[in-house]
Design a protein around this ligand. Sequence first.
Ligand code: OAD
Length: 245
Amino acid sequence: MEYPPELISTLRSASRLAVLTGAGVSQESGLRTFRDAQAGLWSQYRPEDLATPEAFQRDPRLVWDWYAMRREKVNAAEPNPGHFALVALEQRIPHFTLITQNVDGLHQKAGSLAVIELHGNITRVKCSLCGLAAGSWQDNGVQVPSCGCCAGLLRPDVVWFGEQLPRAELEQAVAAARSCQVFFSVGTSGVVHPAAALAHAAKNNAAVVVEVNAEATPLTPRVDYALHGKSGEILPGLVRAVWGE
Ligand code: OAD
């Protein structure tokens, strides 16, 4: 891919860069994106119908099993060149902030040091009543495992539809979007707020906004550079174009 020379020179001189990633950055690690069709017995369900407090209330075992299946896939997944290119950016840009909507922990697995997880992390489990983190649990395959402290049902430590995002992480992400010189939106359809508002906050603060995504999104008309294709190819190519290796 040819990269716009002005983008290359902007990145060479940038000292404050913020990146928002979505499920697309993990697609080349073999993980389905959030709006990809589901497979096998899960194909009859839409993620939006499972990732909710109401679904867990109605059928905790179904929701628990869906996350257990996804946790297994996440634990078996490896970071891809897109994740590693973001590690390279973190090493080269003085003030680099990585904000992710993903719950798969692949940025940390790739070596990213400072990751803001807006939607939690699927490998973490907590009590649905008292919020206590659970490091381990017994699963007899019938009842959903319960908290060792208050007997509440355990649940994945992820943000469900209708739930509040973690306040500190959201404030950090907004601050980074408002103060960066360059903002990247990578592998996200840009339809879920408040994450989707971050690129607009950056734009409103005169940042250069770059979209790296397999297809156009509602954000595309507002970006300065729309690099459409696979993030696992575009990001490493951009790092090479800017820093030569
Ligand atoms: P989506 O599935 O909505 O969007 C993924 C985007 O990645 C799509 O626009 C794809 O075109 C693009 N894509 C797919 N493969 C790609 C690749 N190899 N390289 C680059 N782009 C690629 O997932 P998200 O935008 O992450 O939140 O969804 C945002 C949030 O919606 C999720 O975090 C989830 C859901 O609400 C919660 O569960 C709280």
